[in-house]
Design a protein around this ligand. Structure first.
Ligand SMILES: [Zn+2]
Length: 407
C-alpha cells in the first residue's frame, strides 16, 4: 500500500507523461513481484541492440528467455528465422500441437544498432526510458513474470505458450511463416504490445498492405512522333482518383498513393510508371472486396494500349474485433474488475501488430496487454510506466485463471 502510494505520487511529479493510477487491490495475483529484480532484468534486455535483422541481438534475447523458461521447467524450442534470428516458443507442457492461450511478445525493435549504448535504461519518477523500453522490452519482461507464477488451475488445465517473434517490426518471409504456423495452433492470443495511456487496450487493428501497380505504355519522341506514344504516367494519373474512390465505398478503408516513379527524359513519352498505395482495412472481407475491384480496374485499363498490373507480396490480415474476441475482452474486463483495477479502455487503431497474424490464423485476440507506454520508436522519448508493471502482471495471471475456469 505504502509502496503503491509512492509510485503514484512519483508519476504525478512526472507531469506531462500520462500515467494510470491503479488502486492497491489485486496484489494477491502478483505478491511475488520484486521491482528491483524486474528492473535488473529489464536493464539487461535494453542493453542489447535488437533492431529487426540484427541477428546477434535477437539471438541473445532468445538465449536469455530460453534459460529463464527452462529454469521454471517449461519446454523451449527455437527456430532460426533466416534474416531475423531465433524465434522461440516456451510451453508449460511438452509436445503441444495446440495452444489454448498464447502470450505473444517480440524481441526486435526499430532502434538502430548502437542505440542500446546511447539510450540506456533510466528511471525518473517511475517512468522508464531507454531504447525499445516500451516496444517491447518491458512487456516482454512482464510476460516472463506472469509465467513464473501462473495460477495453479490455469497451469493445470491450459496449454500455454509464450511465442517470441524476432521480426515483428519488420518481418522476413521466415519470421512471417513461423508466426502464421503458431497462429493456426492458437485459440486465444494475448498480445503483449505496450498498453496505451489511460489504461488502454487494443481490440482491433487495421490490416495493411502495400499495393504496387506497374503501368506499361509505349515510348515515343515527344516532338517527332508523339501520336505513336502511349503515356504510362498519364494512365497512372487517371488511375489515382479512380482507385482512391474505391476506399470511400467502405468504412474505415484508406488507400493512399505514397510513392510514384516513372518516365525517362522530359522529351520522351513515358513507357513505364509505378505507383505504390498504402492500403488499410478493418476486416479481411473488405480487404478482398477492395482488392477485387482494383484488380478489375487494372484489367480494364486506364488508357488505351497501356497495361496496368497489380502486385503485392502477400495478403495480410486485420486484427478483427469479432464475437470470439469480445469473449476474451469480457474476461479481461472481468479480471480487471475483480482485481479492483480501473476499467480497461478498448481502442480500435490503425497500426498492425502480431495480433493481426494471430487474428488472420483464426485466434481470438486481445492486444496491448503489456506495460503501459508511449512515444514508441522515439529513441529519447519512448517511455514505459513502471507503476503499471505489477497491475498488468496480476491482470495477465487473473485472465489465464478465468480462461481456465471456462474450460
Ligand atoms: Zn511492438
Amino acid at each position: 500500500m505504502t509502496k503503491r502510494r509512492t509510485f503514484i505520487s512519483g508519476c504525478l511529479v512526472a507531469g506531462s507523461l500520462p500515467s494510470t493510477v491503479f488502486a492497491a487491490a489485486g496484489n494477491d495475483y502478483a505478491d511475488d513481484f520484486n521491482m528491483q529484480q524486474y528492473l535488473k532484468e529489464l536493464d539487461e534486455l535494453i542493453s542489447i541492440d535488437s533492431k529487426s535483422g540484427y541477428i546477434e541481438g535477437a539471438n541473445r534475447i532468445a538465449d536469455i528467455l530460453e534459460k529463464r523458461f527452462k529454469s521454471i521447467g517449461w519446454t523451449v524450442t527455437t527456430k532460426d528465422c533466416e534474416g531475423r534470428g531465433k524465434a522461440l516458443v516456451a510451453t508449460n507442457t511438452p509436445n503441444q500441437n495446440h495452444y489454448d492461450v498464447v502470450l505473444a511478445i517480440h524481441s526486435d525493435t526499430v532502434q538502430p544498432v548502437g542505440n542500446a549504448a546511447k539510450y540506456p535504461l533510466t528511471i525518473k519518477d517511475n517512468i522508464a526510458h531507454g531504447a525499445g523500453v516500451a516496444d517491447d522490452k518491458s512487456s516482454l519482461n512482464a510476460v516472463w513474470w506472469i509465467c513464473k507464477k501462473i495460477p495453479p488451475e490455469a497451469l493445470r488445465k491450459l496449454n500455454i505458450a509464450v511465442v517470441l517473434n524476432p521480426g515483428e517490426e519488420s518481418g522476413s518471409p521466415a519470421s512471417r511463416s513461423f508466426m502464421d504456423e503458431q497462429a493456426k495452433k492458437t485459440d486465444i492470443a494475448l498480445v503483449y504490445e505496450p498498453g496505451r495511456p489511460g489504461n488502454g487496450f487494443v481490440r482491433s487493428r487495421k490490416g495493411s498492405m502495400f499495393l504496387t501497380i506497374n503501368f506499361h505504355g509505349r515510348p515515343a519522341h515527344a516532338g517527332n512522333n508523339p501520336e505513336q506514344g502511349r503515356n504510362a504516367i498519364e494512365a497512372m494519373a487517371k488511375a489515382i482518383p479512380e482507385i482512391k474512390a474505391i476506399a470511400s465505398e467502405y468504412k474505415d478503408v484508406t488507400l493512399n498513393a505514397d510513392v510514384v516513379k516513372g518516365g525517362t527524359t522530359a522529351n520522351t513519352i513515358a513507357e513505364d510508371a509505378t505507383i505504390v498505395f498504402d492500403f488499410r482495412f478493418f476486416n479481411d472481407q473488405t480487404r478482398d472486396a477492395v482488392l477485387d475491384k482494383i484488380e478489375a480496374l487494372c484489367k480494364r485499363g486506364f488508357a488505351p494500349d497501356v497495361t496496368s498490373e497489380l502486385k503485392y507480396v502477400a495478403k495480410s490480415s486485420a486484427l478483427a474485433h469479432t464475437d470470439k474476441s469480445q469473449k476474451v475482452i469480457d474476461l479481461v474486463n472481468k479480471a480487471a474488475s475483480e482485481l479492483g483495477q480501473p476499467d480497461p479502455k478498448w481502442m480500435d487503431v490503425g497500426g498492425a501488430s502480431d495480433g493481426n497474424r494471430f487474428s488472420g490464423g483464426g485466434a481470438a485476440v486481445a492486444c496491448a496487454m503489456g506495460v503501459i507506454g508511449g512515444d514508441l520508436h522515439h529513441p529519447e522519448k519512448e517511455w514505459s510506466d513502471m507503476s503499471s508493471v505489477k497491475p498488468r502482471i496480476a491482470l495477465g495471471r487473473k485472465v489465464l485463471e478465468l480462461i481456465a475456469q471456462q474450460k
